[in-house]
Design a protein around this ligand. Structure first.
Ligand code: ATP
Ligand code: MG
Length: 361
């Protein structure tokens, strides 16, 4: 069986460190491993419109921002097809047929949908399109027969929903679709990186992110005002590590080399944590260290972005080519799906002749 990746992001803003450690880094690693036969990376504009339908301009202008972020972290258009969701009709068609395979109760139980509805304050005015987006996400994944979906932990219920749809489809109509596996980062904090404000998830919608395209000054400002331990007032006070966002980010980003290069008084993160817990280590020192660690990671990304920013028409060309390739694959799957569902009337000679026979022809 072919090994295929499908993953993507909503063009609701530029991408941030949460996206980077939760999914982008893993994607580039998997891409460069050479183990995958096909890689599709989707800019989910149609999905973004489900809760931004009244602001198409926001979605339209953020497409190129997300594409620039992809290219700047090392997504290579020679190895991965980057495409735009709305330009592939097969995805909408598949969603329509999958809607028959899912109950309202099942959608209502989806914990990610539940928390996103709450976060957006929809109460009872949930747009139907938003409510059903897990179905459209299943269409995106299965259209490419994806075997692997590298995403953050918040996407787990979506992948489970997609797997259920695959099983229901294959049981009802025959084996056409492939069950995807989720690929999560093996670093616990990277599965769901908190915001700079300490809130559970760094998210575009919550405005608590450090963006890959932020300049060094902005990153420094955000780091210096990050949430730490509110009880740690004087340097000599003992401090808490649990829930301290600076340490969570150090867990996500710092390496042994960072200590050797930027903070040689400590041999590793555990030693730094121990000192903080015992008292005598100030927030400013750990924040300055984190800033250096982040800069080490962000500087090459920024540089690559600046190169691509000089050729925006070239970036659109990459998207166009990726979309053309993705369209071929999705069209093929749709054809198989329609055959299995027996809604391929004009290609079905046996149907035409049997119906003719009924009328003696
Ligand atoms: P929005 O607020 O518009 O939903 P978002 O910041 O949640 O935006 P998405 O485009 O919904 O971003 O998510 C894209 C991918 O990034 C998903 O795979 C998601 O799991 C992952 N991701 C997003 N935020 C984080 C985070 N804080 N930590 C780890 N992974 C994340
Ligand atoms: Mg989201």
């Amino acid at each position: 069986m072919k090994k295929i990746i499908l993953t993507g992001d909503r063009p609701t803003g530029r991408l941030h460190l949460g996206h980077y450690v939760g999914s982008l880094k893993m994607r580039t690693m998997l891409q460069d491993s050479g183990e995958f036969d096909e890689i599709y990376i989707m800019i989910a504009d149609a999905q973004a419109l489900t809760d931004n339908f009244d602001n198409p301009e926001k979605i339209r202008t953020n497409i190129v921002e997300v594409a620039l972020d992809y290219l700047s972290v090392g997504i290579d258009p020679e190895k991965s097809d980057i495409f735009i969701q709305s330009q592939i009709n097969a995805l909408t068609e598949l969603s329509f047929y999958y809607m028959n395979l899912v109950t309202m109760a099942r959608l209502q139980r989806n914990p990610t949908v539940k928390s996103e509805i709450e976060m957006r304050g929809f109460a009872n005015d949930i747009p139907v399109g938003f409510f059903t987006y897990p179905i459209s996400q299943a269409a995106d994944i299965t259209a490419f027969k994806a075997t692997a979906v590298p995403v953050g932990e918040d996407q787990e219920p979506m992948i489970e929903q997609a797997r259920e749809i695959v099983r229901k489809f294959n049981n009802t109509y025959g084996e056409v679709l492939t069950e995807p596996e989720i690929i999560l980062s093996d670093n616990k904090v990277c599965k769901r990186l908190p915001g700079t404000d300490g809130k559970a998830k760094m998210s575009k919608s919550l405005g608590n992110g450090i963006y890959l395209a932020d300049d060094p000054e902005t990153v420094k400002k955000k780091v210096m005002s990050m949430y730490t331990d509110p009880g740690h007032i004087r340097i000599e006070d003992p401090g808490k590590i649990e829930g301290n966002t600076v340490f969570t980010y150090l867990d996500a980003f710092s390496t042994k080399d960072d200590f050797d290069e930027f903070l040689p008084d400590y041999s590793c993160l555990d030693e730094l944590k121990e000192h903080y817990k015992n008292g005598g280590l100030g927030d400013v020192k750990i924040k300055k260290f984190l800033n250096k660690v982040l800069e080490r990671e962000l500087e090459p990304i920024r540089k690559r972005r600046a190169c691509y920013e000089k050729d925006i028409p070239g970036v659109y060309e990459i998207l166009k080519k990726g979309t053309e390739n993705a369209k071929k694959t999705a069209d093929n799957t749709l054809k198989e799906v329609k055959e299995a569902m027996k809604i391929n009337y004009f290609d079905d000679d046996a149907l035409i002749s049997s119906q003719a026979l009924k009328y003696g022809g």
